[in-house]
Design a protein around this ligand. Structure first.
Ligand code: COA
Length: 380
């Protein structure tokens, strides 16, 4: 019934201001209005508030949302925290515990030193082997990309094509960290981060927050004449370290999550109008298309190259710019993807609107595929 978003980027605002901004915007978006006292439960997705390091952050959500007294819970599953918080909110409603739930996602990332940030990001991956060997997140995805490109004999230029597409979409998103287009040659020539990934293959380090208001379906029209429904949610998990998995180019957690979501939504892939996928690195968008079942292994590169995943293509992917251009304040990301679904399905996405969008699939990944959620939304 409502969704709010702050700008993503390197922001002056602290975490409390960001939470307040997103929550206020979510309430303001409810057409017929909603009273905060009606909220029966709230969830906050966050990894740790950057330099603020407020561990017990659920209380901060209650405080800043003006709803002390409401049970609030922090949900932390690395970069998939937002998706898992939405799943918890849906469960709270389906169980009958409450009719109205607030979900917020937040990260403040730019106020810590890069050494501390590397440590902080690193603990969302495997610390016993990968981090001990000095492999960063970009390094893990670089290994996956090398393997994928070699195994499927794919031209690495496709990674740059994904970056160009997502920046093109981000340029139309007023909330995006990077609101500028890039050229293919720029992406290909960018400084290397973890070969074959360069700077423009990586999501940035961002601050930002997003919030949603969810209500029981039979209560929706009390709040709005244009509700967006959660048709189904699925989730999955996998071994933490990629070396423990049989195939590093396939994320089992995504496959379990999408199966669960499609089953609970009772819809077919052909009914999905567009995807919001977790492109923390460009290679992750290819893996997502394949693990979600929209392309056979090795085929996502062809779909991308043909332009099918552009905003105007037959299967638009990341119309909001994705993590690549919109930014990736980790706890906020899954909630932000749902915010994009909310806008698109109400035909309120402005210049980046996908005409006739009626059903959306959002995909949120924790670490290098150790946890994942998939949520399916439809226009009311
Ligand atoms: N895409 C495009 N431009 C980027 C960028 C990105 N991902 N990251 C930084 N930049 C730009 C900055 O805006 C800045 O531009 P300016 O000089 O015009 O102001 C310039 O590059 C340098 O920025 P800086 O912050 O110093 O870069 P950095 O070298 O410290 O960090 C990365 C670059 C790629 C290492 C960093 O963005 C990163 O770690 N990204 C991945 C985050 C991550 O792992 N998240 C979890 C995923 S699972």
């Amino acid at each position: 019934m409502g969704a709010g978003h702050t700008r993503f980027g390197a922001l002056e605002a602290g975490p409390r201001d960001l939470i307040r901004g997103a929550v206020d915007a979510a309430f303001a978006s409810v057409d017929k209005g909603a009273d905060r006292v009606e909220v029966g439960e709230a969830y906050l997705a966050t990894l740790g508030f950057g330099g603020w390091q407020i561990g017990h952050s659920a209380a901060v959500l209650a405080e800043e949302a003006g709803m002390t007294g409401v049970p609030t819970t922090r949900v932390e599953n690395a970069c998939a925290s937002g998706g898992f918080a939405i799943r918890a909110a849906v469960d709270a409603i389906v169980s009958g515990r409450t009719d109205l739930v607030l979900v917020a996602g937040l990260e403040k990332m730019t106020d810590v030193t890069s050494a501390r940030r590397r440590y902080w990001l690193g603990v969302s991956g495997d610390t016993e082997w990968e981090r001990a060997a000095g492999v960063t997140f970009a390094g893990v995805y670089g290994l996956i990309a090398s393997r994928y490109l070699a195994e499927h004999r794919v031209d690495p230029a496709v990674l740059a094509e994904i970056a160009v597409k997502n920046h093109e979409n981000g340029a139309l998103n007023p909330y995006a960290h990077f609101q500028k287009r890039i050229r293919l040659e720029e992406a290909q020539g960018a400084p290397r981060v973890a070969d074959p990934l360069g700077l423009l293959d990586c999501c940035p380090v961002s601050d930002g927050a997003a919030a949603l208001l969810l209500c029981a379906p039979d209560a929706a029209r009390r709040y709005t004449d244009a509700p967006v429904y959660v048709d189904g949610v699925g989730a999955g998990s996998d071994r933490l370290a990629i070396q423990e998995r049989p195939d590093i180019t396939r994320f089992g957690a995504t496959r379990w999550a999408v199966d669960g979501a499609l089953r609970s939504a009772k819809v077919e892939r052909s009914e999905i109008s567009f995807l919001e996928v977790h492109d923390c690195f460009t290679i992750a968008e290819l893996l997502a298309l394949e693990d979600l079942g929209f392309a056979e292994p090795g085929e996502a590169a062809r779909l991308t190259h043909e332009g099918a995943t552009r905003r105007t293509g037959r299967l638009p992917v990341n119309p909001d710019g994705g993590l690549k251009a919109k930014g990736h304040p980790m706890g906020a990301t899954g909630v932000s993807q749902a915010h994009e679904a909310f806008l698109q399905l109400r035909s309120a996405a402005g210049a980046r609107q996908i005409p006739g969008a009626s059903r959306a699939l959002t995909h949120n990944v924790g670490g290098a595929g150790a946890t994942a959620t998939v949520t399916i939304f439809s226009a009311g």
